[in-house]
Ligand binder design. Structure first.
Ligand SMILES: [Ca+2]
Ligand SMILES: [Ca+2]
Ligand SMILES: [Ca+2]
Ligand SMILES: [Ca+2]
Length: 198
């Protein structure tokens, strides 16, 4: 693989995996905030990775910015390192409440079916859109009609690095929130912070 196609593969994986995690864990607080129309404290999510791995092993989400974890996501991978399943502990009591199962093609995540409350019914489908030109984005369908109700759009730097995701809460073309990625010295995503407004 050339350096530029390696960078593109990395960006694709980051958008797919951190976008999926963001949709599961971060969209709700942003939606709540949009509904209440009151600006509360900024939330954040802390990423843990296995040594040498690019994608997350687990993500601890502090939805309201009070320093306490509210939701935990744990990522299971195939032997090839591809995302397989996400376990959701929605109230951080170390008991599983739901899960999300990824569908892949050629190792890349295409979509993820989310059963957020563990009742066996899917509550949300997260799809990675890969246009012919431009960067991948994330569609979130919460009512099973095949149309996106929320969208996450990549914010890519001039040099091609993924800086974060714009959140279009109503999928109406207006960005209502922003999820910022913070990276460590090796360029891996360590932390995500989210706020209302683009
Ligand atoms: Ca909290
Ligand atoms: Ca739980
Ligand atoms: Ca469900
Ligand atoms: Ca829909």
């Amino acid at each position: 693989m050339s350096a530029s196609s390696q960078a593109a593969a990395r960006r694709d994986q980051e958008i797919a995996e951190y976008g999926t995690a963001s949709a599961i864990a971060l969209l709700n607080p942003l939606l709540d905030e949009a509904r209440s129309d009151a600006f509360t404290k900024q939330g954040s999510a802390t990423v843990t990775r296995e040594t040498g791995a690019r994608g997350p092993a687990s993500i601890d989400v502090d939805k309201n910015g009070d320093g306490k974890t509210d939701t935990k996501l744990t990522f299971a991978r195939t032997g090839f390192g591809n995302l397989d399943k996400v376990t959701i502990d929605s109230n951080a009591d170390n008991k599983t409440d739901g899960s999300a199962t990824a569908t892949r093609s050629l190792g890349r995540v295409q979509s993820t079916a989310v059963d957020a409350n563990g009742d066996g019914k899917n509550d949300m489908k997260i799809t990675v859109n890969r246009p012919f030109f431009g960067y991948p984005s994330i569609d979130v369908d919460t009512n099973g009609d095949g149309k996106a109700d929320h969208k996450l759009l990549p914010d890519v730097s001039f040099f091609g690095t993924l800086r974060g995701l714009h959140v279009d809460l109503k999928a109406d073309g207006t960005n209502d929130g922003y999820i910022k990625f913070e990276r460590n010295g090796w360029g891996n995503i360590d932390k995500m912070t989210f706020r209302k407004k683009p």
